[in-house]
Design a protein. Sequence first.
Length: 304
Amino acid sequence: MPADDSVLPETKESLEQLKLMTERIPGMIFQLFRSASGQLRFPYLAGNATLVREGERRLLADDGSYAFERIDAEDFPRLMAAIERSAKSLTPLAMQFQLHQPCGEVRWISVRAQPEWRCGGTLWHGLMMDVSEQVAHEAHLRELSDTDELTGLANRRKLMCRLDEEISSARRHGSPLSLMLLDLDHFKGINDTWGHLQGDQVLEDLARLCQQQLREEDISARLGGEEFAMLLPVTPLSHCLPLAERLRKAIAAYDFGIGQGKVTASIGIAEYRLGEPRDAFIERADRGLYAAKHQGRNRVVSEP
Ligand SMILES: Nc1nc2c(ncn2[C@@H]2O[C@H](COP(=O)(O)OP(=O)(O)OP(=O)(O)O)[C@@H](O)[C@H]2O)c(=O)[nH]1
């Protein structure tokens, strides 16, 4: 093709620079057009070749469906709704979604785009970034902040979140929900006799025992010190009671490395009452625990 003499050298240079830059940015810049009939296409796409390959760009210029087919099924309706909202109100499109790569890998993509009316449709000008590493890092941090360091169980913060979720589920479906609060008996004596490290080992073993004794959907947490909680979704008190008894017996029979029968636990249990605030539910289980301690320890008590 002959050189276009009508383009000034400095314009040519800045166009070259722009091309070079867009090819190297860690993401893509794009225009997305939605016609009045709802058809989507990408008139302009430039940037990181790993997200969209060279050959695909030409395809996508005429028909965007190829790219939208690769969006994760869970995220697809949310993205479509966001596009719809953005087009209607002409407000920026902003969301994250998972994109399935042809190699089978799934990447997290963040998109930001500004819409405008154009030729009877909506034209977005935007950028997409691969934020997979950031999403994984955030998930890791979340897990750390939700986990008890010593036992690897959920911590108090996480238990409270799960409790709120399970209470709202119980309210919605009218399903039963039970809570166990467990506290080791005379744990101070174990620390004093066997040392703090052995005490830690008891707590770790106890966490494992709790998880072994319960179902996968039950949530075990360490609330702090030697106090643990087990949340049992879809479980009435009549089922929770034998489970708590089984756990209590398993603890009393287990050799935590200091001889059988040296470690016992008291357990308070309660079933959620519809409409009851979360803290009142916890308080009833706690009253059961207090009563179990008061009645001589190594027992399960449900308080009304
Ligand atoms: N090893 C170890 N000990 C802990 C940890 N957290 C709390 N403790 C100890 O747990 C003990 C709890 O003592 P208390 O609250 O008097 O309760 P207890 O001795 O179990 O007596 P009762 O609950 O009345 O049966 C204290 O000695 C704490 O130092 C921990 O992470 N590791």
